[in-house]
Design a protein around this ligand. Structure first.
Ligand code: SF4
Ligand SMILES: [Zn+2]
Ligand SMILES: [Zn+2]
Length: 314
């Protein structure tokens, strides 16, 4: 028996356990796009003459984020959209996704900038991970939990911020989905890191930092995968050889289990966190923004995290 869409009588293509709705293709698109627009309106309003940089890895999440920004703002003459791809230098993995990112920007007619770890830092992620000592020095016993992805994330974020600022971007869109957000909330709880929780959710302009915008933070990963597939967007075909993140994987498994037994858990976690942040922020002394003594980039210490990491790798 064909199951019909709850909003019209055409066949459904997806069931959302958390909403109890069966949706057809048209209403699924509408639902996902409505969630993204609402998130933008409520948390990151796009203003006249904004320059929107989109961090585009070439995976499904960032590709959907770029497609949506193009769909929503592509016809606005006052808004410029630029995709930025970072080549971390991961053989057999990144080359493929950069090619897909290039294909998508050409298809949409969006400006595309590619920057590499090799050009900016003189070394690739493959070089960094081959220096086993480096990871041990920096992370000690935690290296399996943090390891390569922490290096990669900090170094990538720095280039994204610099490039976005250089092109005059006023927003930096990243493709984090509901699953990423719920996992990060849990991980921050596990680490007991309150300041990080507040910084993680900040959508305000701090000197030298471009506002990070997450239009997909209320869209489950599975729905993004389906949306990407139906729009013929890139999907991850290979996985990164350096991905450790054992703790995140454990949290991901745990949350997926909860979601099956208690649909809506991921939404509740993120919603609860959003409600909690203003209360935490009110009682928290957030460190001043300074400029890194080595590279001059904004940070909350005398030396930024990227420079600390790179110093250890010399
Ligand atoms: S999985 Fe980790 S190391 Fe690989 S690209 Fe992503 S953040 Fe970088
Ligand atoms: Zn329908
Ligand atoms: Zn620095």
């Amino acid at each position: 028996m064909t199951i019909k869409c709850k909003k019209c009588s055409t066949p459904s293509i997806i069931y959302q356990p958390y909403s109890g709705l069966h949706l057809c293709e048209k209403h699924f698109y509408e639902d996902l796009e409505r969630k993204a627009k609402l998130t933008l309106r409520q948390r990151y309003p796009i203003k006249k003459n904004d320059v929107i940089a989109v961090a585009l890895s070439g995976g499904k999440d960032s590709s959907v984020a770029l497609l949506l920004m193009h769909k929503i703002f592509g016809n606005r003459p006052d808004i410029r959209i630029v995709a930025i791809t970072i080549d971390e230098g991961i053989a057999g993995y990144r080359d493929e996704s950069i090619a897909r990112a290039k294909e998508l920007t050409e298809r949409l007619g969006v400006e595309h900038i590619v920057k590499s770890f090799r050009d900016e830092y003189g070394k690739t992620m493959d070089d960094i991970t081959s220096e086993k000592k480096l990871l041990e020095n920096h992370f000690g016993d935690d290296k399996k939990e943090l390891g390569a992805c922490s290096y990669c994330g900090v170094l990538r974020k720095k280039i994204l911020n610099v490039v976005a600022r250089d092109i005059g971007a006023t927003k930096l869109v990243i493709g984090h989905n509901l699953d990423d957000e719920a996992q990060t909330v849990m991980l921050n709880h596990f680490r007991g890191d309150v300041e990080r929780m507040v910084r993680f959710s900040a959508a305000s302009e701090l000197d030298g930092f471009i506002v990070r915008v997450k239009p997909l933070r209320k869209v489950p990963e599975k729905e993004i995968a389906l949306y990407a597939y139906l729009h013929d967007l890139p999907m991850e075909l290979t996985s990164c050889p350096h991905s450790f993140g054992a703790l995140r994987k454990e949290v991901r498994r745990m949350l997926n289990g909860f979601e099956v037994n208690h649909p809506g858990t991921k939404y509740s976690l993120v919603r609860g966190f959003d409600n909690m942040v203003p209360l935490l922020a009110a009682g928290l002394e957030v460190s001043d923004i300074r400029n890194c003594e080595i590279c001059g980039e904004p940070c909350n210490d005398s030396i930024c995290q990227a420079c600390k990491m790179l110093e250890k790798s010399i």
